[in-house]
Each structure stands twice: as C-alpha cells, then as structure tokens.
Design a protein. Structure first.
Length: 270
C-alpha cells in the first residue's frame, strides 16, 4: 500500500504540479489602475464525481487584458503555447478544455481505478493582479493540488512586466548589484520575516538550520514603493524544511547606488 501511495503521488505530481497555500494575502496590492488599462477575468469552477472513489473540486482563473495588443507580451504573460486566442471568450474556452483534459487523464489512469477509499481532491490555479503602477504590472501565479488529506502541493510564481517595453522585467532592469552581495543581504534579512519569527518560537532547530543557509537569489521577485521582494517556495532555500513559502524584503535604501536610473525615476525612489 505504501508503494501504491508513492506511485499515486508521483503520478499526480507529474499531471498537475504547481501548487501552494490558498488564501495568500499581500498587503502591497495596488488599486491605482490607469484609466486606459482594462482588466477582466474568466473563471472555470466545477465539482464532479470522476469515479466511485474520487470527487474533484476544480477552480481555475485567468486575468484578461482587452487593451493589451502586443502578442509577444501576451504570450509571455500567459506562458501557454497552446493559447492562441487572448480574448475573454478564447480564454474561457481554454480553461474549459484544460479542465476536461485533466478529467480525461484521471479517468484513463489505471493507477487510480484501484482506489477504494473516498478521495476528495481539489485543483486550483489563479492569476492575481498585485501591482499596476508607473507602467509596471505585477502578476502572481498560484497553483495547488490537494489530494484527499494525503498531500498538498502548491507553488507561487511572481512576474513583473514592463508595459512601456512590452516585456517581462529582468532583475538587471532594477539593480546592478552582484548576486553574491544580494544573496548576503537576503541572508541577513530572512530573520526579519514573520515566518522566521514564528519558527524561532515554535521550531528552534529548523529556525537555526534556515538561518545558517546561504540564500540564493530567487527568480520570483516583485516590488512596491518601499522594497524589492523575493518569494521562495517550499524547498527552494533548504530541501526538506516543513515551513511554507517565505518572502524576504530588501529595502531600496540597501540597494542605494545600484538602482537603474530609469527604474528609480519611474518608481519615484528617493
């Protein structure tokens, strides 16, 4: 039974991997959306019984940008080669097709038909607007898979797009600081996070283990008026730690002298 469980989890991981903690709240959400920039969304929600032993609660949501016309930028935002129609109707059809594709894979899996106990699964994916100001658009991508009380996989991806240049913003577009120096700052700042302070109280051993790690520079970054933030998913800092995702801030003051002049001017950083 143990081996069967491992095979099942591996199958699910390959089928739907990308997940994380539902209900993440970000205090840095901005509401200053330009008048000429329209944002909408499409949602596909469903609850179904796939077979006698499996029920699935499915929820998937995509943002829609009717006023964005640059096809290359849209492909970068959605990151799906099979999306050809970026209209609201086109994205709605895409979500429905992906849901049906998932159901078909599950129904066709020989490894799942042998399950006898009732399994209640949840599959969630979301695109969330977090920041839209000064020509910078920050979108958070979230996916999770909850498998009948056995496992909860989740993953966050943070991306910032420069709407002036119609491309994804690279870290070099913000700061020229070296990765080694930035890694040192992140290692110094991790102890300031709420997550680490909680661990310090309730799990001193794991707290000390994370504190001793050299923090890599994550691809998941975003910013607001005060800080540059790096978002780490589970296992990205240290393999096997049980705590969830961690967001480490680096202040603009710490990056003084390394900021890109155009970026600094657009964000009005003093």
């Amino acid at each position: 039974m143990k081996n069967a469980g491992i095979i099942l989890i591996a199958l699910l991981f390959l089928m739907f991997f990308s997940c994380k903690e539902i209900g993440f709240k970000n205090k840095h959400i901005q509401s200053a959306i330009p008048v000429n920039f329209t944002i909408d969304s499409v949602i596909e929600e469903d609850f179904t019984k796939l077979m006698d032993s499996i029920t699935v609660k499915y929820s998937s949501q995509l943002l829609v940008f009717p006023t964005l016309k640059d096809q290359k930028l849209l492909h970068t935002i959605y990151e799906k080669d099979d999306i050809k129609d970026f209209s609201k109707e086109g994205l709605k059809k895409y979500l429905e097709a992906k849901k049906n594709e998932l159901y078909a894979k599950l129904k066709g899996s020989n490894k799942l038909v042998h399950l006898k106990h009732l399994q209640k699964w949840e599959k969630t994916s979301q695109m969330n607007l977090k920041f839209n100001k000064n020509g910078y658009l920050h979108i958070q991508y979230y996916e999770s898979m909850f498998v009948g009380g056995v496992c909860n996989f989740y993953n966050y991806s943070e991306k910032v797009f420069d709407l002036n240049d119609n491309k994804k913003l690279a870290l070099q577009g913000i700061t020229s600081i070296s990765k080694d120096k930035l890694s040192e700052m992140l290692s110094n700042n991790i102890d300031k996070t709420t997550m680490m302070q909680q661990m310090k109280k309730y799990d001193v051993e794991e707290y000390n283990a994370l504190l001793a790690e050299k923090i890599p520079v994550a691809d998941n970054f975003y910013f607001d008026e005060d800080n540059l933030y790096f978002h780490y998913n589970k296992d990205e800092i240290k393999k096997g730690y049980s705590i969830g995702d961690i967001i480490i801030p680096v202040s603009w003051n710490d990056l003084s002298g390394t900021l890109n002049i155009e970026f600094k001017d657009r964000m009005k950083i003093k």
